[in-house]
Design a protein. Structure first.
Length: 711
């Protein structure tokens, strides 16, 4: 991996086709080594980085309020000249600045932090002030947000048609004396010559077919637009580029995998898989059969499989994984299933032991909690190849775990793992197949963006035996009614989950709530058998309790979110989620997936512990309205934003600087298409037309080469 260049160490590269664009910031007029050092900390190394640091907003004359027309309570931006600045001493000293714009006077007031402002806000300075207007012996704004505008035409404040960029600010920027005003001064000269000095790296043909403006135009209009529409068009072009280069990276990674013909074909008659299918008490769904077909085709090919299996909770992913794993086992090789939690590992081990029994395969479990002696024994089984099917947690990734012949890696609940982790396991074999499973139904845009290098299979059908789930939210006043439900469920022989939130920060009090809840239920339902599980219960005991619940030896299971993944009790038909307003949307959906796993109707009650916020209310409403994982995922994505939704950092993929996944979703497919088309016509990007493109790609990704290698 290329080290990140230090400022000053990079001279303008002699061979650069874009001398202005790729110029190290240090050599940009008005920057110099000191500021370059600070910018380096912000990840800004070149003029291009500086130019792609777009304004946070614009001051548009057409949106500027006239002081003479202000009303109390309005939130406005006004532009004016400082007429007077004074410090008023008293109980609470304050700075008062009088601003005039020819239509009236406005006071700006600071009660704190005004000492350095006093220096700046001299009489005659032109500035834009934003805030909410109050009235006290005249109109005033308290602690307004300020922009100093030395370049605004002072004599004609009402003139329209000029837009001033306002840049992101912060300590670091200010330390480099690069507040908005400073940045405008540095950027303006760069922009002025842009039409000739900055060359577009996107081939004309791509720009034309996607109706995107040129790079120089976009850069100038993103910084100094004439109109808001221009600014937006410019931003869109630059967002398109971000998607484009990411897709180019994914496409190349994919192409590199496709070229590898030294993967191994897994050729078997499929006898064992058929034995398993025959032993199942139910028929596979059409979706399951389709997906198994897709996977089997991959296994038979000598191109390593890279496949994402997407299926909502309860769509039956486990048996699909088992049928893939057993094919490698029949071929004599090993497969490893990596899962995020011990409890899930144990559950999968249990399920797979039953599923694989007809072929005489005994899966081996490897987790952090098994004794070191037992662990050694199991590691030996794995190293010798005797263990064909291995299930484990992060423990599988550790140094001492070596495989004899790893044919395939399966990853469950993919969102819990980073790219690096999955790679670690893959590296323990020689180009093994890779199957990644996720219950987070990823909206299509996200799937394309983040998994563009994977093939995708979707389990879009739930097994018919699974029942319907009705969901409702209730307040504390309904508690008696809920107890009646629990009572009735018990009399029918149905099982009940009571789930409490567990937030790390308040872990103690949360555990307390679960424990108290457990005791209250024991008292309330003396004739029912109640169990309690949470993260602090030893894992053997936890598993034992869950097993009892699964077998119907318990009626009620009180738990924290430890049951979120995996545990499967078909007779569970009631779930009460306490303090539901505190849960995330995807989490609520995952939890609800624990019921409705057998025939008949199930009920999920979302209990409110406090008045829900607007967003919490939206989460609850979606839950009540739909059971469709995709709709829930879309909503969750919208409410939380993509970074949190996916744990973007974890994925090792760059966060976008300009593009916003939701707002710019429409750009993803075209950008992807453009990238694939270019690589198809010129896989090595050697055409003269593509030289600039290569250079830009490299510029954007040097610090992130691992992206090109992972996979
Ligand atoms: P998930 O996709 O959430 O991992 P599982 O693999 O745990 O789902 O399957 C959910 C439940 O559905 C399990 O109890 C499993 O045995 C059952 N199941 C899976 N496939 C079918 C099917 N085709 N018909 C009936 N039940 C099925
Ligand atoms: Mg599962």
């Amino acid at each position: 991996m290329a080290p990140k260049p230090q400022p000053g160490s990079t001279k303008p590269r002699a061979e650069s086709l874009q001398p202005v664009w790729s110029r190290p910031v240090q050599f940009v007029k008005g920057i110099g080594p000191k500021r370059a050092q600070v910018l380096h900390e912000l990840g800004i190394e070149t003029a291009a980085d500086l130019l792609l640091n777009l304004p946070r907003r614009y001051l548009d004359r057409s949106n500027i309020a006239r002081i003479g027309a202000l009303l109390e309570g309005q939130t406005v931006t006004v532009v004016g000249k400082v007429a007077m600045t004074g410090v008023i001493k008293g109980g609470k000293s304050r700075l008062e600045v009088t601003l005039t714009d020819g239509t009236g006077e406005l006071s700006l007031l600071w009660f704190a932090g005004w000492r350095f402002l006093q220096e700046t806000l001299k009489k005659g300075v032109i500035l834009a002030a934003s805030g909410t207007v109050t009235y006290f012996h005249g109109y005033q704004i308290l602690h307004p947000e300020l922009e100093i505008l030395e370049d605004w035409d002072a004599d004609d404040l009402t003139h329209t048609g000029r837009v001033i960029p306002v840049y992101p600010s912060g300590e670091v920027w200010r330390a480099a004396r690069l507040d908005s005003r400073g940045l405008r001064r540095v950027i303006k000269p760069l922009i002025d010559g842009a039409e000739t000095s900055i060359i577009d790296y996107l081939p004309q043909a791509v720009r034309d077919s996607h109706a995107q403006p040129s790079l120089p135009w976009s850069i100038s209009h993103a910084h100094f637009p004439e109109t808001a529409a221009d600014a937006e068009q410019a931003r869109v072009r630059l967002a398109f580029d971000e998607f484009f280069f990411l897709e180019l990276t994914l496409a190349r990674r994919r192409a590199a995998i496709d070229r590898l013909q030294d993967g191994r074909a897994c050729a078997t008659a499929g006898t064992w898989a058929r034995q398993i299918v025959d032993s199942l008490p139910w028929k596979l769904t059409k979706a399951q059969r389709r997906v198994i077909g897709e996977i089997t085709a991959d296994l038979r090919s000598d191109r390593p499989m890279r496949r994402l299996l997407q299926g909502d909770v309860g769509s039956g992913k486990t048996v699909v994984a088992a049928l893939a794993m057993v094919q490698w086992a029949e071929a004599g090789a090993q497969t490893a299933l990596l899962v995020p939690t011990e409890i899930l590992a144990e559950q999968h081990h249990h399920t797979l032991t039953r599923l694989l029994a007809p072929c005489g395969i005994t899966p081996v479990l490897l987790t952090g909690s098994i004794s070191s002696q037992e662990r050694k024994t199991r590691q030996k089984l794995i190293a010798s190849g005797e263990a064909r099917v291995i299930i484990g947690t992060h423990a599988l990734l550790s140094e001492g775990v070596d495989f004899h012949d790893l044919g395939m890696v399966v990853i469950d609940e993919q969102h819990r793992f980073g790219v690096a982790q999955r790679q670690k396991l893959v590296d323990k074999g020689r180009r093994p197949d890779l199957l990644i499973m996720t219950a987070t139904p990823i909206p299509r845009t996200l799937a394309l963006t983040f998994y563009g290098d994977l093939d995708v299979s979707v389990l879009d059908e739930k097994p018919p035996q699974l029942g319907r789930v009705r969901t409702a939210w209730r307040g504390e006043d309904a508690r008696e009614k809920i107890y009646d439900y629990i009572q009735e469920a018990g009399s029918r022989g149905d099982l009940t989950y009571i789930v409490y939130p567990l937030v790390e920060l308040s872990e103690k009090s949360d555990l307390r709530a679960a424990t108290d809840g457990y005791e209250a239920l024991c008292q309330r339902f003396p004739q029912r058998r109640v169990g309690l599980v949470h993260g602090r219960v030893k894992s053997v005991d936890r598993l034992a309790t869950m097993e009892r619940f699964y077998h119907g030896d318990l009626d009620i299971l009180v738990s924290t979110t430890v049951i979120e993944v995996g545990v499967d009790a078909p007779a569970a038909r009631l779930m009460v989620i306490e303090n539901a307003e505190r849960f995330g949307l995807s989490q609520l959906h995952q939890l609800r997936g624990r019921i409705g796993r057998g025939p008949g109707e199930s009920i999920c009650v979302l209990m409110l512990g406090s008045e829900p916020s607007v967003i919490a209310r939206e989460r609850l409403e979606v839950m009540c309205r739909t059971n469709d994982g995709f709709e829930i995922a879309e909503t969750d994505l919208r409410l939380r934003g993509p970074g949190e939704f996916l744990g973007t950092r974890q994925h090792g993929l760059p966060e976008f600087q300009i593009a916003e996944l939701i707002r710019d979703a429409i750009l993803v497919e075209p950008a992807r298409k453009a990238a694939w088309e270019i690589l198809q016509s010129d896989p090595q990007l050697t055409a003269p037309d593509h030289q600039l493109l290569c250079e830009e790609w490299e510029r954007r990704f040097t610090a992130r080469t691992e992206l090109l290698e992972a996979g």
